[in-house]
Design a binder for this molecule. Sequence first.
Ligand code: GLC
Length: 453
Amino acid sequence: MKPYSRQFKRTILIFLILTIGAHVTQIFAQEAIVKDGSYHKKMKWFKDAKLGIFIHWGIYAVNGIDESWSFYNEYLAHEDYLRQIEGFTAAKYEPDYWASLIKKSGARYAVLTAKHHDGFALWDSDFGDLNVTKSPAKHDLIEPFVTALGKKKLKVGLYYSLPDWSYEDYPNFTRNKKRYENDSVRWNNFLNYYHGQLKELNRRYRPDLWWFDGDWEFGDVKWKAAEVRGFLLEENPEAILNSRLRQYGDYATPEQGVPIVRPKKDYWELCMTMNNSWGYQGNDKAYKTPNQIIRIFVDCISMGGNLLLDIGPKADGTIPDEQIHILSELGRWTGKHQEAIFGTRRGLPPGHFNGPTTISSDGQVLYLFLTQKAIHPIVIKGLKNQINRIRIVGDGTKLSHQVVGKMYWSEVPGLLYIDVPEEKQDPEVTVIAIQLKGKIDLYREDGQVIESN
Ligand code: GLC
């Protein structure tokens, strides 16, 4: 057999070095975030918060069109899109009222779009010249928001788009138009600009949470994502970063669709619109009902996640009536059922109960969410614990139960049936608390043959 040529061996060697190198880089990149005790400590308020309100507010509310995407997708010219600035008045902006609505909904934090992909900054930035001072609103809109939230003890999140499709040195302009392909000088101008804005926001407002977006346009090296995480946390070490900063974020952000299977990340948050638009679009009447929203919310917390529910204020700062209505309906429900929501942990794995559940942080109370009216007694399978007491959350009614099919000589638990009187059920979602003797203990086997009684 002919020995391999030196050239060939060299090629193979280089190939191996490159492949292994790429894997090693990836492993390091994935472990860019150390998930030690202090990380979990930092994430605690977020894990317990369950509900946040997302706020898409920008010049796109003037014409009621898609935020940023409408010009990017070339539905209208960039200059026509930017002309909306003239109508962005914020004349009826009442951040204290916003904060009180958010608080009443039961949310524990809110995230405001400081800057969307269109590049229009809601604060008077020292970087770039596309910001609120160019509009009739004139003044910084973020500081009053941060202050109002602080008064209500709500955590503050700032949304910041990495892409800035209006910035003269950003390569992407519209779907079909690029400003340039490769130009390191211009890219560096952009990096200085966007890093400058982030440092400015971090210093001025010290947000509890950074909500990045648009990282898909470039890789982490190009964004200098590691550096961004570094300088933000250096000044503001407790800040939480969402995961749209490539692999440098703290939690996952599924969007619009409720996950069917529990996301693998320790921490996650579903962001979702109330209708089909993030920003204000008067024509979009496709609102989800409060019942649908509550059920989606319960699905999220049942799988250990949060819901970040979006509102889109109008250009004058008022919040559309439909959105106020949803927030207040949500508030009635979260207010009544607080103990089953906040600070709880994800519920039972599939198979035990036909519906969402949560578990108290001490593991001794199991909460069942009845997303449909219960006509027959509800049933729980595979619960080994003895029961202390069963009651309806929010009104205290004690419920009777019955265990069926439990053989005294067998480990396999029986079926636990609970009667829920129809007249005591909540108009949206009824919540049942099962107070257990000791920490929850589940039977997870597939059954066994009985060899001897
Ligand atoms: C998407 C869209 C953006 C929206 C965001 C909210 O990334 O690009 O318009 O603000 O989702 O999650």
